[in-house]
Write a protein that binds this ligand. Structure first.
Ligand code: PLP
Length: 388
């Protein structure tokens, strides 16, 4: 039997012994003799050796992710960006060309443009909302296509199977950031994605108390990623891995409850849209979403994040966010606490107003990541903030 240095799906066993798994913090492991030390270190014999080569708590978390995604395995990292940079760094070399969607997380763009480019990788962009722009870019050879959906912070939705199929037709590997909607909301490997990356800081951790990341996919692609992790050292430590495992039994319930609350909030806000207090609410669970047909094909529900737009621009949205009493003003998403941000003032502030407009991000946009406080509480908080 092959022993992988990362977690793979495990058969379910009835719990016998302590129900809470042991936390193993040791950075190294004593061996009975020099020959065993050599053989375990060389990978000729199984067993724990040194924490950077992988550890029991990391593999336990990775096994859960691999099972959830229906993947051969998963490799965990110290953050979502460590996971994304490993997926790209392990598979791209000088002379390769990578196509990064305009709409990806800012950290992914920054890594590609500042770091991959320095190492001789050509970085070109396409719009994940326009298949023609990908087709045009694929007229020249590309090694990899990177994108995500739903798109932050506009909540537009890209056609995952269509993009994956077009990339594959042209021989490009497909890397997808699945952070916004983990399974069962969206399961992307069966849609043609090769590697799915998650910031486990979000839903997998779920309680705003860990920074973590993970990549799931087939063994032939994970092998290089695990080796990258061993050489660069950005693996997930035992404590946050244990916390992610502790969060796992509630993941599905949290996702369902947060998604249901997000839908109720989006529906409840329609009253304020009708009265003109809000210019628009965008949420993939609403019937009038511009990407409705795509959503129906690839998502089970609308996810846990919504966006609303105020005609009064930045001044109005800043007044609204500053009046919130329950929803925190904080970056991130996927935790049990609801969070709000004004992209034009924070994440997308470095862009010019024209660039933001081209990306569909109006200055009056408020993003709300819905937690577990309950839809009634959140609606009341938003209403008092909106109505001033
Ligand atoms: N991908 C997406 C979609 C994100 O929202 C984030 C963080 O906000 C990341 C990746 C990066 O994850 P981390 O902050 O865990 O490095």
């Amino acid at each position: 039997m092959i022993e992988y240095l990362y977690g793979t799906p495990q058969p379910h066993r009835p719990p016998i012994g302590p129900l809470s798994p042991a936390l193993q913090r040791s950075s190294t492991v004593g061996q009975p003799d020099a020959e065993t030390l050599r053989a375990v270190g060389a990978g000729e014999q199984g067993g724990e050796f040194y924490q950077r080569m992988g550890h029991v708590n990391g593999r336990a978390f990775e096994s859960l992710v691999a099972t959830l995604e229906g993947a051969d395995g998963a490799v965990s990292f110290a953050s979502g960006m460590a996971a994304m940079s490993a997926a790209l760094g392990a598979h791209l070399s000088a002379g390769d060309r990578v196509l990064i969607a305009e709409e990806v997380y800012g950290g992914t763009s920054a890594f590609a443009l500042h770091d991959l480019a320095r190492f001789g990788v050509t970085v070109d962009r396409f719009s994940s909302l326009d298949l023609n722009s990908l087709r045009t870019q694929l007229a020249r050879p590309a090694k990899m296509v990177v994108f995500e959906s739903p798109i932050n912070p506009t909540l537009r939705v890209a056609d995952i199977p269509a993009i994956a199929a077009m990339a594959k037709e042209h021989g490009a590997m497909v890397v997808f950031d699945g952070t916004f909607c983990p399974p069962p909301i969206q399961k992307v490997l069966p849609m043609g994605v090769d590697l799915v990356v998650h910031s486990a800081t979000k839903f997998f951790g779920g309680h705003s108390d860990v920074l973590a990341g993970v990549v799931a996919g087939p063994h032939d692609l994970l092998d290089a990623i695990e080796k990258w992790r061993r050489r660069t050292g950005g693996l997930l430590a035992p404590d946050p891995a244990w916390l992610c495992q502790r969060s796992w039994p509630t993941l599905n319930m949290r996702l369902q409850a947060q998604q249901e609350a997000a839908l109720q909030v989006a529906q409840g806000l329609q009253e304020d849209v009708a009265s003109g207090r809000i210019a628009a609410v965008t949420y993939p669970g609403l019937p009038d979403h511009p990407d409705r047909a795509i959503i129906d094909r690839q998502m089970h529900g609308g996810g846990c994040v919504l966006a609303m737009e105020f005609a009064g621009g930045l001044n109005q949205v800043l007044s609204v966010i500053n009046r919130l009493q329950v929803i925190a003003r904080a970056a991130s998403l996927g935790g049990v606490e609801s969070l709000s941000t004004v992209p034009a003032y924070t994440t997308h502030a470095p862009l010019t107003p024209q660039q933001r407009q081209a990306a569909g991000i109006s200055d009056g946009l408020l993003r709300v990541a819905v937690g577990l406080e309950g839809a009634d509480v959140l609606l009341a908080d938003l209403r008092q903030a909106i109505r001033g």
